[in-house]
Design a protein around this ligand. Structure first.
Ligand SMILES: [Zn+2]
Length: 233
């Protein structure tokens, strides 16, 4: 047995009733949790258990999700887990924006991702893209906002690793293996635009992201360019 990760099937769910399965000093685990565990540049969720702060989560080798909290809990106790929903929503918007941006960079400029990081204030993404210049930047920003405004639906589904291996179009990074979880690869699809392997959380429709601006770019070595994105309003 391990913790069922609710967000993999329903990334809009931010509250779950669960039963405490184990408690150690400063952390506890449950049979199901809405907390995103972190990965792909998206930080883990924070929130509360019965109103007491959960400052972060981690996953152990047996796939239990441990919630860091000073709450006094006992095994078998039923608890209410609440994700910090406004924070999750911002991270999901940035995460979805990066899907759009990385697909445009790949399709129009053949740029692979070399890194990504989301915060509640901005997101950044690194591309192997030595040919980046102000014209390319402006084109990417324009295309990104056109795509977001087109309000594509966003959905997640899974496929076997063997099928995934036949779909190079679903890969955006060369230096990270796709996450295989419970024997399947999770694909996040922006319907009518793209699909890519991803274990994170996203919005349901691209217009929920809102308009974005690429407000800064930096050189990170000879090949890599770092682009910073934030909401325009
Ligand atoms: Zn994603």
């Amino acid at each position: 047995m391990s913790t069922q990760r609710v967000y993999l099937h329903d990334d809009q769910c931010v509250t779950t009733i669960a039963t405490v399965q184990a408690v150690v000093d400063g952390a506890f685990t449950v049979e199901q949790s809405p907390f995103f565990v972190g990965g792909g540049g998206q930080p883990c969720d924070i929130g509360t258990v019965d109103g007491v702060v959960i400052s972060g989560v981690s996953v152990d080798a047996d796939d239990w999700v441990w919630h860091q909290s000073v709450a006094a809990l006992t095994v078998g106790q039923q608890v209410e887990l609440c994700v910090d929903a406004p924070r999750r929503a911002i991270l999901s918007r940035y995460h979805t924006a990066l899907h759009v941006l990385n697909t445009l960079a790949m399709v129009h400029y053949q740029a692979w991702i070399t890194g990504a990081q989301m915060t509640t204030d901005y997101a950044r993404i690194d591309f192997a893209m030595p040919w980046l210049d102000p014209v390319v930047l402006a084109d990417l920003e324009l295309r990104m906002n056109e795509t977001l405004a087109a309000n594509h639906a966003v959905r997640a589904y899974t496929m076997p690793p063997a099928e995934f291996a036949q779909r190079p179009d679903l890969i955006r990074t060369l230096n990270v293996k796709p996450p295989v979880y419970h024997g399947v690869v999770r694909i996040v699809e922006i319907v009518g635009f793209d699909g890519q392997a991803c274990g994170g959380t996203h919005v349901r429709h691209t217009r929920e992201v809102g308009a974005c601006t690429i407000f800064k770019s930096e050189n990170k070595g000879k090949q890599n360019k770092r682009l910073y994105v934030r909401f325009a309003d």
